[in-house]
Design a protein around this ligand. Structure first.
Ligand code: NOJ
Length: 767
């Protein structure tokens, strides 16, 4: 013990000395920020000089903790070895360790027992809230409310950091056009413009203005890159995309987070055009660290270094370690490849020591920025843990986020909002009483069954008679390991009592959709129908009562074509987190007028997938002379059921007077567009006004529409407001196939309205 405390002092003294020395050297520096950064670099230099190769490799090694598991590894696996490595300073980070007591315990081992006492960075999947759970990210994206999304990430950071965590594996910024992929619930949908804005908001929410504050956490942009394009929507599958899609669709949200200051990146399980992303030098070295000048660090995904062997890209783990470090993966999550192989590779001259130093420098840099060297226990304050986690103010904020995330898909004859009294309501569906599913996937720190159910939310409104009947379950039992379609129930024994209740009711509210664990990692589906017997239940109930409000609880777009044809009111309520039931009830009863817009197109059937609004025109977009030879399906329309950007309100909005400051512009001009929006209905409401462009002729063909601006507008009933948008060369240009950003002169169209099918349009020319 004596020796150990001596070593802690050793590093502390070195840091103090180099810190002072550097301060005097830097008196001429202009900004404090530069001085701080230089001081950090100087300190890192000194530490690097002290470190053995094994200790350097140790910093690049991340182990899972002993309790929660988020990948294929036995619970508590290798515990003994992990403790031994912590003591040796051979672990730079742990994931899935949470709670002040647990974090303190592992931190104490490295700080007090390892030779250099370099603190651990503690990572966790803080994906949508921590204990207080906010809506799943796809739902939040439906709000198009960047301030609210930023605030949601802020609250997640406050709670997580109070629990000892200082690094979240979020935001997930993978664009996806395929609802079969279970991880669409984690992202912001199909559009790179909206996705970039949301990615930036999330980074700012997590990291705040000061990364060294005790209530901020380092963000980790993931999964770099292309993961959302897994073939056939099957998780972990091959990704093969052209350069135009890569540069214009996949990469922009990643770039946006670098610009927003994200301090870490995670690479990805997929291969991209034949090279696993984890071993992909083009992505990590050329683009991320080269072109974008990212100076944080890259962590691998869970065993993605090891999986390069299975992909058939690396001979064995040693080869995989060499490929990964060479390609720019700085930290190894749970492959144990670096800790086993890297020191030997360096000593044998197979891996350049400079690569090691660069990786360690990046990792130490982030640790310095987090303030871990000043106080390794700064995230370990029991009083703060008690006060912050589950704080009532956080519940208010996630309720606000939840309401904003709801999308009204259909409301025939103004069935909604419900009257507050005098109605007999039958509430049907297992999900209506479910307190767990609404928490969605990726909510490890939330207590099971801690969500307010829709039933509980609706029970707050006592003016109506409310009868609840389950009708049918969604799945057989409930487990995080739900992975097989066979888990869907076939039991219809509850149908009868649900039908009887529906017969007696004025209005039937049916809550149907997916179990909370039917989306998320490894939860791909090959059909997008309501799982189990829910569709049958819906049709049976419809036979006895047509006044149905269908409330969907799901983590991805579903194919609800039958419902759209028959059910008068449909509300997309996703999985809205802790406050789900209150948010849904407030929307159904009109205390909140829904304002969400879809961040992903809803297909009519699964055969339309991938389906997205910013498609290319093709050479045969329409039937012009009555023959069959045009781009379409013979058995279904080619349009989606609900397009990107679509969502209704209890009021209506009218767009008109689309004006531009000119019709011809040079490339450096600012193009000003204005439009008048009037609330033409009876309720006050909020509209997401959207602006799309079409670049008519491109050296690389351009999509038929591209979102380039949006604005949330609050309008009282009868009120008109003028909304302004600006376009410039950043929004009018695109990446060519060598990744160069170009702006091409020529004709453009601009469309403004309440969805991607907006019809109000104008033309302009770029000279
Ligand atoms: C694998 C997932 O792909 C990634 O998103 C997550 O952060 C890690 N596991 C850690 O749980």
């Amino acid at each position: 013990m004596k020796n150990l405390s001596k070593s802690v002092c050793y590093l502390t003294i070195i840091l103090l000395v180099v810190g002072c020395k550097n301060q005097t050297q830097n008196t001429t520096q202009n900004t404090t920020q530069n001085t701080t950064q230089n001081t950090i670099e100087y300190k890192i230099d000194s530490i690097l000089k002290l470190m053995t190769i094994e200790e350097k490799v140790g910093q690049m090694n991340q182990y899972n903790g002993f309790w929660d598991v988020t990948g294929p590894s036995p619970k508590g696996g290798d515990a003994e070895k992990k403790y031994e490595h912590l003591r040796k300073g051979w672990v730079g980070s742990m994931l899935n360790v949470r709670g002040v007591e647990n974090v303190k315990a592992v931190q104490k081992i490295v700080v007090e027992e390892s030779r250099l006492g370099i603190p651990l960075i503690i990572g966790f999947d803080v994906i949508h809230g921590y204990k207080t759970t906010s809506p799943i990210p796809l739902a939040e994206a439906a709000s198009w409310d960047l301030e609210a999304i930023k605030n949601s990430a802020r609250i997640a950071a406050i709670e997580a950091s109070a629990s000892g965590i200082n690094w979240t594996f979020a935001p997930m910024v993978d664009i996806s056009r395929d609802a079969r992929w279970g991880r669409v619930m984690e992202g912001a949908g199909e559009d790179p413009f909206l996705g970039s804005k949301i990615a930036e908001a999330r980074v700012k929410g997590f990291q705040g203005d000061d990364l060294s504050a005790p209530n901020t956490v380092a963000a980790c942009t993931k999964h770099f890159a292309g993961y959302g394009f897994s073939e056939a929507g099957r998780d972990y599958n091959t990704v093969d995309v052209g350069t135009s899609t890569l540069y214009n669709i996949i990469l922009p949200p990643f770039k946006a987070t670098v610009d927003a200051g994200a301090r870490t990146f995670m690479n990805s399980f997929n291969e991209l055009n034949g090279i696993p992303a984890t071993g992909n030098s083009f992505l990590q070295r050329d683009i991320l660290k080269g072109k974008w000048k990212f100076d944080g660090f890259v962590v691998s995904d869970w065993n993605s270094i090891g999986e390069m062997v299975v992909w058939g890209h690396a001979k064995d783990k040693k080869d995989a370690a060499k490929i990964a470090i060479t390609a720019g993966a700085d930290m190894d999550m749970e492959a144990h490849a670096y800790i086993k192989e890297l020191a030997t590779l360096v000593k044998n001259g197979d891996v350049d020591q400079d690569l090691l130093d660069d990786a360690v420098r990046r990792i130490l840099r982030v640790k310095f920025e987090l303030g871990l060297f000043d106080n390794p226990y700064k995230y370990c304050d029991e009083a703060r843990e008690k006060e912050a986690i589950g704080n009532p103010k956080h519940h208010e904020a996630v309720l606000d986020m939840a309401k904003k995330s709801i999308v009204l898909l259909k409301n025939e004859n103004n069935l909604l909002p419900l009257k507050k009294e005098g109605q007999k309501i039958a509430l049907i569906g297992a999900l209506a009483a479910d307190k767990n599913s609404p928490l969605g996937s990726w909510r490890i720190a939330a207590e099971n069954n801690s969500a307010v159910s829709v039933l509980e939310g609706m029970q707050q409104y006592t003016g109506n008679k409310l009868v609840y009947k389950k009708g049918a379950d969604v799945t057989i039992g409930e487990s995080v390991f739900l992975y097989d379609a066979k888990i869907n129930t076939t039991d219809k024994s509850g149908f009868n009592e649900a039908i009887i209740a529906a017969k007696k009711a004025d209005i039937v509210v049916m809550v149907l959709g997916e179990n909370g664990f039917q989306t998320g990692e490894a939860r791909s589906r090959s059909n997008l129908n309501l799982p189990g017997v829910q569709q049958e239940l819906l049709e049976e109930v419809y036979k006895v009562n047509k006044n149905i409000v269908l409330v969907l609880n799901n983590g991805r777009p579903l194919t609800i074509t039958w419902a759209n044809e028959h059910i008068p009111a449909i509300v997309e309520a996703w999985q809205l987190g802790t406050e789900t039931g209150n948010a849904v009830a407030q929307v159904l009863y009109g205390d909140y007028n829904p304002s969400g817009k879809l961040p992903m197109s809803f297909p009519r059937n699964v055969g339309q997938v991938p389906i997205y609004y910013n498609y290319k025109n093709t050479g045969r977009p329409a039937d012009i002379d009555g023959n069959v030879f045009w781009s379409h399906y013979t058995d279904v329309e080619k349009t989606p059921l609900y397009p990107f950007g679509y969502g209704l309100s209890y009021t209506t909005f009218k767009y008109d007077n689309l004006e531009m400051n000119n019709t011809s512009f040079s490339i450096n001009d600012e193009i000003k567009i204005s439009v008048d929006i009037t609330n033409t209905g009876k309720y006050d409401g909020k509209e997401v006004a959207q602006l799309y462009i079409r670049d008519l002729i491109g050296s690389i063909t351009r999509p038929v529409r591209e979102l380039k601006g949006f604005e949330l507008v609050d309008l009282k009933a009868g009120e008109t407001k003028t909304v302004n948008f600006t376009l410039n060369k950043e929004t009018l240009g695109f990446y060519n196939n060598t990744g160069e950003f170009i702006v091409e002169p020529g004709g453009f169209k601009v469309f403004v309205g309440g969805s991607s099918t907006a019809i109000l349009e104008a033309d302009f020319e770029l000279k």
